[in-house]
Design a protein around this ligand. Structure first.
Ligand code: AMP
Length: 429
């Protein structure tokens, strides 16, 4: 029989790596709480139409990367429905915002999520078909201040804090403004004109984009095209007064807070509901897939999926890439994996039940305990204990009767006798 394996682009996360995932998630939850964000959990699958409208039909995600299926009706009264595993979470959050009429509270909604996303991409290091994102959205009616540049700056400052608290060193914040839909349309035409003489010298994809969607030329990664792209007009020169002022206020607030950034004129999103601020945080240690996270303003998204006017700004961070970055940093300065406080070694199988009772007692006192096995010879118990715990506690008939236990500390090699009442105190040292 052929052995079954995890599907291409998916993977199992095992200890001790999962401890790092948990640490990242705990730090993120802690930072989000300090910025007064609450958690939202949306379903893993949604109606396909949500992503077609909320991510954009012409994006790579929707046109080629979604896991979509026709969900059959189970009864005559039901209709079949096209469903899709979520490839990102912003569309789901905005759908929930509309569905639960959160705008009617009149307040800004500050929501974060942590969970798996699914895209049929070509798997490689840092790029998987099931991956996890940590993201947040700030959304609400304009009267709640949802369009304010201060919201953009606060989200960016929060991200700088989160990356710093995670211990990620050497990140770069790339920042840009794509203005309004009208600004972008104007820029698209400027680019189209500029590309007429240049496109024939560029790659085949760029030659096509120069005609169909000139903005996408800025995404080109072909090395030979880069010097040509550097000479193209930048979107900053196509922004109207309001968009310029908005961006100036975002950068002024970042300067005041001491958050460093670089202006990246190529950070342009092509869809109409993206407006003004766009950003990406990168890390040099990640190789080709160097984006830790991306985000921006989406003032027209709610309306694009049938909701009220609800400007917003948000981001999605690749948790897999945070893990890769931290692992690379830790490889440079390795950490010793933590050991349990004690290993309890029952002397013979007749002591197993009493050993479970002792383990329960110590665990309830907050100690981390590895429970041994009475069928092991003492030598094997010692060898196993030495690998997994800082102490070994021997539990035989005599110890049980007298209530005096033998404990060995592996680091000091000290062996001592201690009463059951004082055991927890000794093991926690
Ligand atoms: P996006 O939703 O495409 O803007 O992506 C936001 C972030 O999610 C990226 O910056 C990556 O860190 C992460 N990400 C996106 N796609 C993948 C993937 N296939 N595998 C791992 N991480 C991903």
């Amino acid at each position: 029989m052929t052995t079954l394996k995890a599907v291409r682009g998916t993977r199992d996360l095992l200890p001790p790596e999962t401890a790092l995932w948990n640490r990242i998630e705990a730090t993120a939850r802690d930072v989000f709480a300090r910025y007064n964000f609450g958690e939202i959990r949306t379903p893993l699958f949604e109606d396909t139409g949500l992503f077609a409208r909320g991510v954009g039909e012409e994006t790579d995600i929707v046109s080629k990367e979604m896991y979509t299926w026709e969900d059959r009706a189970r009864a005559q009264s039901e209709k079949s429905q096209s469903l899709t595993l979520r490839p990102e979470n912003t569309a789901g959050v905005v759908r929930a915002y509309i569905e639960h009429k959160l705008g009617e509270t009149g307040q800004l909604q500050k929501l974060y999520y942590i969970g798996p996303q699914f895209r049929r991409e070509r798997p490689q290091k840092g790029r998987y078909r099931q991956f996890s994102q940590i993201g947040a959205e700030v959304i609400g009616p304009p009267s709640a201040g949802s369009e304010s540049p201060l919201r953009d700056a606060e989200v960016l400052e929060m991200l700088a804090t989160l990356l710093d608290e995670l211990g990620i060193h050497g990140w770069t914040l790339h920042l840009n403004s794509v203005g309004s839909a009208a600004d972008r349309a104007r820029y698209n035409e400027t680019l189209r004109a500029a590309l007429i003489p240049l496109a024939p010298k560029m790659c085949a994809d760029c030659q096509r984009r120069a005609v169909t969607n000139p903005l996408r030329v800025l995404d080109c990664k072909v090395p030979e095209d880069q010097p040509i792209i550097d000479t193209l007009p930048v979107i900053a020169d196509s922004l109207d007064e309001t968009s310029r002022a908005h961006f100036a206020q975002v950068t002024a607030a970042l300067d005041a807070a001491g958050v460093p950034y670089t202006r990246n004129h190529r950070l342009v999103r092509g869809l109409d509901y993206y407006t003004r601020t766009t950003f990406e945080f990168t890390h040099g240690g990640l190789g080709a897939q160097n984006a830790l996270l991306g985000g921006g303003r989406y003032d027209g998204l709610s309306e694009a999926i049938g909701g009220p006017k609800a400007p917003g700004i948000g981001f999605a961070m690749g948790e897999d890439r945070l893990v890769l970055t931290l692992q690379a940093q830790e490889a440079a300065a390795p950490q010793v994996p933590p050991k349990a406080d004690a290993y309890i070694a029952p002397l013979g199988e007749s002591m197993d039940a009493a050993a479970l009772a002792l383990a329960r007692e110590l665990r309830h006192k907050g100690l981390q305990i590895e429970l041994g096995d009475g069928s092991f010879r003492l030598k094997k118990s010692f060898e196993t204990a030495d690998k997994t715990a800082r102490h070994i506690v021997i539990l035989g008939e005599d110890e049980l009767k007298s209530g005096i236990l033998t404990v060995k500390n592996f680091a000091t090699t000290n062996q001592s006798k201690v009463s059951r009442a004082e055991l927890a105190e000794l093991l926690s040292q």
